[in-house]
Write a protein that binds this ligand. Structure first.
Ligand SMILES: Nc1ncnc2c1ncn2[C@@H]1O[C@H](COP(=O)(O)OP(=O)(O)OP(=O)(O)O)[C@@H](O)[C@H]1O
Length: 260
């Protein structure tokens, strides 16, 4: 479903060239849940932006559903970290979710049905008439997820979506994302800097090196599909996997002389 071949991205301008990605090759099968982790600044966001058609690669190729990406691909939704800027404050929650459906040409009654269904999928059945700024941060991020679900994407990209919420809300949202993924069966690519989160959520964790960035490892997460915040995180296999990823990232930082 997602194919990335020899992807390289450099940013230029102001007399300074930054090589954000050196050589990324990876694939994600349809319906897979893959988490991407790597040291800070290694180019995780850049990678998602190239996949989402928001940035042009310097070289290499990115395909979604077999088609080369030249702009935002059909059937792809992105959830960003900054929910405060991704929802329109002057539109009610239901209108925020409805907006992309209008541009898809979906009729009014069908739009209403989808809005109700996606809000209830994120456990927010009763906030359709509220404005985003009347909700807590965690609720706003749920709305952003509901808007993505409503679009019925085949591929969902999530860029550190829970970085700005408290630990308890974060745990709830992690379980929500796993539930949504199981219910709708989309391909999920989830970027996080949190190693434990990547192992808890993913069926696979792709570890990126520090800059100049390449793929260090594709690690299968052989934990039971039913994840539980207490049981899974205290499972000896979970501890083993997260320690392995942690060690990889520490090594990657040392290799470039960066401080942890
Ligand atoms: N628009 C831009 N112009 C110039 N350099 C950029 C731009 N966007 C990102 N960079 C640089 O590219 C590199 C990778 O940035 P990116 O945000 O993709 O990394 P990241 O892994 O998502 O970072 P973090 O973990 O801190 O969120 C960094 O050195 C960053 O300074």
């Amino acid at each position: 479903m997602l194919e990335i071949r020899s992807l390289r991205k450099t940013y230029g301008g102001h007399g300074r060239e930054v090589e954000a990605l050196r050589d990324i090759t990876m694939t994600v099968e349809a319906g897979q849940f893959v988490c991407i982790v790597g040291p800070s600044g290694c180019g995780k966001t850049t990678l998602l932006r190239c996949l989402g058609g928001l940035l042009n690669p310097t070289s290499g190729e990115v395909r979604v559903g077999g088609k080369p990406v030249n702009g935002p691909p059909d059937g792809l939704a992105i959830v960003f970290q900054d929910y405060g800027r991704s929802l329109f404050p002057w539109l009610r929650v239901a209108e925020n979710i409805e907006l992309p459906l209008k541009s898809k040409g979906i009729g009014r009654s069908e739009r209403r049905r989808i809005v109700t269904e996606s809000l209830s999928a994120v456990g927010l059945g009763d906030v359709g008439k509220a404005y985003p700024w009347q909700l807590s941060g965690g609720m706003q991020q749920r709305v952003a997820i509901a808007r993505a679900i409503a679009f019925q994407p085949r591929v969902m990209l999530m860029d550190e979506p829970f970085a700005a919420v408290d630990a308890q809300t974060r745990a709830d949202l992690e379980d929500l994302v796993r539930r949504v993924w199981k219910q709708f069966g989309m391909t999920m690519l989830f970027v996080t800097h949190d190693i434990d989160e990547s192992v808890y959520l993913g069926e696979r964790v792709t570890v990126l090196s520090a800059s100049p960035t390449k793929v260090l490892e594709n690690l299968d997460i052989d934990l039971p599909a039913d994840r539980d915040q207490l049981k899974t995180r205290s499972d000896p296999r979970f501890v083993e996997l997260r320690s392995h990823v942690y060690a990889q990232i520490q090594e990657a930082k040392k290799a470039t002389g960066r401080k942890p």
